[in-house]
Ligand binder design. Sequence first.
Ligand SMILES: [Zn+2]
Length: 282
Amino acid sequence: MSGPAVPPPASTARTDLWLESRYRKLRRGLPQTVFYCPACKGHRRRRQGCEQCGGFGKLTRESVQELIGRRLLPAMRARQGRFHGAGREDVDVLMLGRGRPFVFEVIGAKQPDVDLEALRADIEARAEGQIELAPFVRVGRQRIAYWKEAHFDKIYRADVAAGGAVAPERLRAAAAFAGAIVQRTPQRVAHRRADLGRERALRVLELQPRGELALELRVVCQHGTYVKEWISGDGGRTEPSLAALLGVPCRCVALDVEEILTDGVAGPRVSPPDAALPPAET
Ligand SMILES: [Zn+2]
């Protein structure tokens, strides 16, 4: 032995790193990322006296991003975290199955060498059942672009309210639907996105009555399909819709992403092998 061990010098270096995982979201009303108030944008000064958020700056107390970041950033003594999801579900939609892939970008970490498995367990424990995470994997920055650009079919499960009794033959026909649908940009997002007509492939996997005027639906569809609007028809902006197939008004009461069919996840597909259909003419 060559004398007493010399402790490494206390490092003040900061480093950036990227952690990949998948999240399952088990509570409705939890957004994926920080849900800033649309009126004041959470701005430190402008939010004071903001009527929409009461000065809080956000419209929900927490998000998937915050549930992770509030444990991860202090553990790594990091300045800031950015959340990069492979798409996102609506706030009121559960994310089940194997979960949604994401990359958590850690900026300016002073202590990057933490036990990632212990950290994951800590995040889950503090989230109190709202989210579950797959083990973190250290990845390179390029994984952000990969998940942003890759498109996957998804399986959804929905509770549907019907506005009238459904004829048995129409129920059978709707339960066997598989084909192309054309969706104009939904009214609820038309102010944010270009109003285009897009063709999407969709197949009904299951459609079962669940008591009077209630149905349970499972579908597999291409990325970018607006499932709530496919159910209702969105005032004729989606054709054909479940409502049109059944001949009664329909409304999505609850929606879950049951699986994102990323490479390696087994399940029925609807996308052609070389995905990304061009936008349909309308
Ligand atoms: Zn506000």
